[in-house]
Design a protein around this ligand. Structure first.
Ligand code: AMP
Ligand code: GLY
Length: 422
C-alpha cells in the first residue's frame, strides 16, 4: 500500500517511522516532510494547504491512503476536498471532515459540543465585540485565575491565564479587538480547572475506536513549567496517575460520548482525537480537543504501539476498528525536545546539526530540520526530539538526556526537567 503523510514535523516523522515498520507498506511519501522523514520515505515539496498540489501527487504516485498530521489542512477541509473530488473520492483520508475539525478549530463549538453531550468540562461563556460588557461582568462572577481563549486556531498561543480581574477584563477587550487576529474575534471565558494535565489519544472510524497510550507533555519553555508556552518541550508515556480506574472514567465519560455525539450530529469523523484533560481529584475534565495527534506526544505514544500501524490506518478506512485489538509496549518512553536559541520568540535557522551519528539507544525524531547538501540544518524552533525507552521513567530520561548532549547546533536549548512533576 502506498501512503502519503501530510505535514513536516516531529509528529509526522514519528508517524512515518512507525508506518515504515509495517510489511504492508510499499511506498511512503511525506509532504513536505523534513530531513528525518527523508530517511524512511520520499519527501515531496508540497505545502500542507496546497490541495491541488496534493491531488496531483496522489494521482501521479498511486497513493492508496492519506494520513493528515497537522490541524491546519483539516480545519481548511482537506478531507472534504477528497470526498467531493470525483478522482479522489475513493481514496481514504485519515483525518476528520471540516465539520469534525471544528472541535479544534472553534473552542466555542467544542465547548458547546461538550455541554450538549454531558462531557465533563469547566463552565464557560463565549463573547464577541458587542457583548464585551457582559464578558467583563461574567468575569466578576468567576474566581481567579481567569482563563481566556481565542475561539479560533492561534498556533497554541491563544490561551491566557490571568490572576488579576482588571487585567483579565482588559485582555478580554484586547482579544476581541484582534489581539490574535481573526482567531480572537470570539473569546471563550472558561472556569479555571485546577489539577494535573494529561493527553489521551483516540483513533476512530466514526463508530469503533481504539485508545492509544496516554502521555503528558511539557509546554512551557522554562524549567519548573515557567515562561512562555511552546509547541511542547518534551513528553512522557505512560503517565503514572493514569491508572486503569482513571482511564476507565476517561473512556466512559469522555471517549464514548464524544464519538456518540459526533455520530448523532452526523459529523463524518475518521481520524485521531486528542483529548487534553485535567485530572481533578481523580476525575477527568476536558480542557480541549485537538483533531490530530500531539507533538511531541506522538514521539512517545507511537513508539509504545506494537500493533501494525498501517493495519490500524486501513482498519480505520474500512470501518473495522471495533474489531481491532491494540497492543502496547509496557516500557516507558520519554522524549526531550532540542530547540533553537530564542524559541518560542524569534530564532535563526540554517544552523548545522552535528552528532546525529553518535546517538545510541534512542530514536531521534526530526522536527524543524532540512537537508542542505550533505549537511542537516535547523529549519524551525523545535528541531529534534530525542526519544528513549526505559523500564522506568528515570532510565528512559537518562538515555534521552545522554543523547541530547551528543547532538549539537548553535544555540541549542532543552529543558532538563522533563517528568519532574510525576
Ligand atoms: P489549550 O490551548 O486549550 O491547550 O490551553 C493551553 C494551556 O492552558 C493548557 O495546556 C492548560 O495548561 C491551560 N488551560 C487551558 N484551559 C484551562 C482551564 N480551564 N483550567 C486550567 N488550565 C487551563
Ligand atoms: N503538544 C501539544 C499539541 O500537540 O498540541
Amino acid at each position: 500500500m502506498n501512503i502519503l503523510i501530510i505535514g513536516g514535523g516531529g509528529r509526522e516523522h514519528a508517524l512515518a517511522w512507525k508506518m515504515a515498520q509495517s510489511p504492508q507498506l510499499e511506498k511512503l511519501f511525506i509532504a513536505p516532510g523534513n530531513a528525518g522523514t527523508a530517511e524512511v520515505g520520499t519527501n515531496v515539496p508540497i505545502g500542507v494547504e496546497d490541495f491541488e498540489g496534493i491531488k496531483e501527487l496522489v494521482l501521479k504516485k498511486g497513493i492508496d491512503l492519506v494520513v493528515v498530521g497537522p490541524e491546519v489542512p483539516l480545519v481548511a477541509g482537506v478531507a472534504d476536498f477528497f470526498k467531493e473530488d470525483p478522482e479522489l473520492k475513493e481514496i481514504p483520508v485519515i483525518g476528520p471532515s471540516k465539520a469534525g475539525a471544528e472541535l479544534e478549530g472553534s473552542k466555542d463549538i467544542a465547548k458547546t459540543f461538550m455541554l450538549e453531550n454531558d462531557i465533563p468540562t469547566g463552565g464557560f461563556r463565549t463573547f464577541i465585540d458587542y457583548t464585551v460588557s457582559e464578558g467583563r461582568h461574567y468575569l466578576t462572577k468567576l474566581k481567579p485565575p481567569y482563563v481566556l481563549k481565542a475561539d479560533g486556531l492561534a498556533a497554541g498561543k491563544g490561551v491566557l491565564i490571568i490572576d488579576n480581574l482588571e487585567e483579565a477584563q482588559q485582555e478580554l477587550e484586547n482579544m476581541l479587538n484582534g489581539k490574535f487576529g481573526e482567531a480572537s474575534r470570539k473569546v471563550v471565558v472558561e472556569e479555571y480547572l485546577p489539577g494535573i494535565e494529561l493527553s489521551v489519544f483516540v483513533l476512530t472510524d466514526g463508530k469503533g475506536y481504539v485508545i492509544f497510550p496516554e502521555a503528558k507533555d511539557y509546554k512551557r519553555i522554562g524549567e519548573g513549567d515557567t515562561g512562555l508556552n511552546t509547541g511542547g518541550m518534551g513528553a512522557v508515556s505512560p503517565v503514572p496517575f493514569a491508572d486503569d480506574k482513571f482511564m476507565k472514567k476517561v473512556e466512559e465519560r469522555i471517549v464514548k460520548p464524544t464519538i456518540e455525539g459526533l455520530k448523532s450530529d452526523g459529523v463524518d469523523y475518521k481520524g485521531f482525537i486528542f483529548i487534553g484533560l485535567m485530572n481533578r481529584d481523580g476525575d477527568p475534565y476536558v480542557i480541549e480537543y485537538n483533531v490530530r495527534m500531539g507533538d511531541p506526544e506522538s514521539e512517545v505514544v507511537l513508539p509504545r504501539i506494537k500493533t501494525d500501524f498501517v493495519e490500524l490506518m486501513k482498519a480505520t478506512a474500512e470501518n473495522r476498528l471495533s474489531e481491532m485489538e491494540i497492543e502496547f509496549d509496557h516500557r516507558t518512553v520519554t522524549t526531550v525536545m532540542l530547540v533553537s536559541g530564542g524559541y518560542p520568540g524569534s530564532y535563526e535557522k540554517g544552523k548545522e546539526i552535528t552528532g546525529l551519528d553518535k546517538v545510541e539507544e534512542c530514536v531521534v525524531f526530526h522536527a524543524g530540520t532540512k537537508s542542505d547538501g550533505d549537511r542537516t540544518v535547523t529549519n524551525g524552533g523545535r528541531v529534534i526530539a530525542v526519544s528513549s525507552y526505559g523500564d522506568t521513567m528515570k532510565e528512559a530520561l537518562e538515555k534521552s538526556y545522554e543523547n541530547a548532549e551528543k547532538i549539537n547546533f548553535e544555540g541549542k536549548y532543552y529543558r532538563k526537567d522533563i517528568g519532574f512533576d510525576l
